[in-house]
Design a protein around this ligand. Structure first.
Ligand code: TYD
Ligand code: MG
Length: 485
């Protein structure tokens, strides 16, 4: 017969004082540990006092919120500009942050720079390197410059040693690199498995909370969606940062995927150089510096990464074709299905003679992947430009979502996109008619609202007489590429 939960709770009324095992009835010898005469009556758990008696019976733990000091929550400045933007300040005491990204993208480099910068201010910091030997860590440090004496490092996977180091040294911040490499020696499961990863992250976040030391954890993401990857522990931490980019380019994008202490979705941009990561508060020159303006198939689009507007160059190319068979366009940095759809919209909703067996390529250059539909209009204009051989004016930007009927649909953040384009020296913009700014447009910028793709193409054609000078952008350094015709 099944025992009800309540029934069992009442029945388990004897406890062994030696091993704590509960028993249904009194016996002279504990069936679990074998000790004699250790069973005693379990302490009765009476009903909780309620109402007026509650305060007298319990220690009242609530305090006036106004008396809680506010400076205790002042975050630790990391000394890395773009990270401060993403975190909305710095690392909060006792918080746990997860930094994840593909292997080799620069996570260890970024965090080493944070540690070195905090330690340079005289504060103690701890790097727990479970993945790399201290010799490897030291070699990286030599590339990055100064290694302050208050930067302490610890090698090996044992999570208990990390705890001991934090409690012993009380650093200003601790970095654990990486969560797939640390392990709890008391668990039988291998390091890197889901059970180990969860248990270690739980222990480390508890350590951060109880000691007040901010914790930063590194997590690798692999392409095949590893179940023991960072996704499995996102709910255990306060902040989740993604670090990404194209490994063959120097641009790196840091995004706050989740942030308990500030705005989520903030984006930081870095350049990976030989001597480490450099924060790029103005990434425009790096992203558009090599642009060959005036070449058919190139359009600049102001996209939003989080709340931050960035100018990216969309390029299209018409290949020689392969024997008359229809082909899907090849896409890089834009969604392939979306690019395919835009080719169809262009072919069916405009006069542009898209060849039936065209071999089309679309790419966002510079190492940023664009996922927002706001880039549709720019992609379609780049495709049309390469098909007709007529360049899009060099000083024009375009954004807007395209529907299957060829209509240009509204997008968010038009003001921010236009402001960024104007700041970079662009003077013309094609935007959805429904996203036309209600107030003033940026000074010196001619903003045109368009309702359809055909309308946008007409406007581009009517102004395309002015061929841009390759690679030049008002106010920006002229890249070396501009020297060649
Ligand atoms: P790393 O921080 O080790 O990546 P992760 O921890 O995300 O796996 O950096 C890996 C790459 O960055 C490596 O291929 C070398 C390159 N790199 C630089 O280009 N410049 C530098 O100053 C450093 C330290 C690394
Ligand atoms: Mg690493």
């Amino acid at each position: 017969m099944a025992t009800t939960h309540a029934g069992r709770a009442r029945a388990e009324s004897y406890l062994c004082s030696s091993c704590g095992t509960a028993s249904l009835r009194w016996v002279g010898r504990c069936p679990a540990c074998g000790e004699w005469n250790t069973l005693g009556a379990a302490p009765a758990r009476g009903p909780r006092p309620v109402g007026r008696d509650a305060g007298a019976a319990l220690d009242v733990a609530a305090v006036p919120l106004a008396d809680v000091p506010t400076d205790a929550a002042r975050p630790l400045a990391t000394g890395v500009g773009e990270l401060a933007r993403v975190l909305g300040g710095g690392l909060v005491a006792g918080s746990a942050t997860l930094l994840f990204g593909p292997p080799g993208i620069g996570k260890s480099t970024l965090l080493f720079q944070v540690l070195a910068s905090v330690a340079a201010g005289g504060l103690g910091v701890v790097l727990a390197s479970a993945e790399e030997s201290l010799v490897q860590v030291r070699a990286r440090a030599a590339r990055l410059g100064l290694v302050p004496r208050t930067l302490l490092a610890l090698e090996g996977p044992d999570v208990e040693r990390v705890e001991a180091a934090v409690l012993g040294h009380r650093p200003a911040v601790v970095v654990v690199d990486s969560l797939q490499s640390v392990s709890d020696p008391e668990l039988p499961q291998p390091a890197g498995g889901l059970a180990q990863v969860r248990a270690c992250v739980e222990r480390l976040t508890r350590l951060a909370k109880s000691s007040g030391v901010p914790l930063v954890l590194v997590g690798h993401v692999t392409k095949d969606g590893d179940p023991a990857g960072p996704r499995a522990v996102e709910h255990l931490v306060d902040t989740v940062l993604s670090f990404d980019g194209d490994r063959h380019h120097s641009l790196r994008v840091l995004t706050a995927v989740k942030h308990r202490f500030g705005p989520g979705g903030e984006v930081g941009i870095f350049e990976m150089r030989d001597d480490g990561l450099r924060a790029l508060p103005d990434p425009g020159p790096l992203m558009l510096g090599d642009r060959m303006a005036g070449v058919p198939g190139s359009v600049v689009v102001p996209v939003l990464q989080g709340r931050r507007p960035l100018l990216v160059e969309v390029q299209a190319l018409l290949g020689p074709g392969r024997g008359g068979a229809a082909m899907r366009p090849q896409a890089l940095g834009v969604d392939a299905a979306r690019a395919n759809l835009l080719v169809a919209v262009l072919a069916c909703r405009s006069e542009v003679p898209v060849p039936a067996a065209a071999e089309l390529f679309v790419a966002v250059v510079g190492g940023i992947a664009v996922s927002e539909p706001a880039a549709d209009l720019g992609v379609a204009l780049a495709l049309a430009s390469v098909v007709t051989g007529r360049p899009v004016p060099a000083d024009l930007v375009a954004f807007g979502e395209l529907g299957l009927a060829g209509e240009v649909r509204t997008v968010a953040g038009a003001d921010r996109r236009l402001a960024e384009a104007a700041r970079a020296g662009f003077t013309r913009a094609l935007v959805p008619a429904s996203s036309m700014p209600v107030g003033e447009v940026p000074a010196g910028m001619d903003v045109q609202g368009v309702r359809t793709l055909a309308e946008a193409l007409d406007l581009v054609d009517s102004t395309a007489g002015t061929r841009g000078v390759p690679g030049t952008m008002p106010g920006w350094p002229t890249p070396a590429a501009a020297a060649s015709p």
